[in-house]
Design a protein around this ligand. Sequence first.
Ligand SMILES: [Zn+2]
Ligand SMILES: [Zn+2]
Length: 294
Amino acid sequence: MAVATAGTDVWRPGTDVWLDRRRRVAELRTRYGFARQLLDFYGALLPVQEKAFIDAATAQPPAGALVAYAAELVFPGVVDVSVAAGPDRLRVEVIDRVAAQDARDIVAAWMRGEDQPQVDRFLARASLGPALEAIAEARAACEGPRDAHHCPECGGLPQLSFFARSSDDLASGPRKLLCARCGATWGYPRMTCAACGEDTGARLPVFSEHGTTSGARGSVVRGLPAGKEVARPDAVFPHMRIEACDSCRHYLLSVDLAIDPAAVPIVDELAAIPLDLYARERGYTKITTNLMGF
Ligand SMILES: [Zn+2]
Ligand SMILES: [Zn+2]
């Protein structure tokens, strides 16, 4: 296997993605005390994942060898970080699972989109994700429907919704969904449920700290009166909202990069634990849990 070694002039593809993630972890861990442990664990995992990404991009393992590749070369590093820096419960579960189950089976089940225990999902996802991000053929080898509600690259479910920065600095750009399995993004209509396609505004409650956005029926997370679209100075998540659906009772979190251009959706979504708790209290189920199981 070819590995990009430090000090050489090997091209390191996409490394700014990892730089952005590390930068955002450092920003949010001071801002969100309630998420510090989780962010520190994710921050400890990032170097393992970045190395896996660079190695996979360099070695380009064929799709048929991907499970063995991730299980043998990435999985052990994910286990080590989980045992060293993971939450207590995860640490115990990881040790149990590694003793009981072959890493290849855990990774393969995730590629096939099967139901798995949460600890398996975490291990498989953390191990395989970087290779899927790096190699298009690997994404194509994953099982899952390729329709509007699933990732066009790998068939995975949407982890989150985000509004990209638009060319007009004051407006939100187009809506996109981000894949839980491979991190690819795809365009999706606004005010449409990402799980079932419901597009009747009255059935799509939006919960945020700064009231409604245009066209959306909104409620306010902390009991603050719904107001203008201006972010409240005391808002904890001024750039985030819960997008729920009363038809299928699913929700996902949405990140607006026009409000916070420094946000990194995949990191901000992990840290927004109070929004997940708020949605759950109201009986909604996330379309799919994030890497940390929320
Ligand atoms: Zn995907
Ligand atoms: Zn729905």
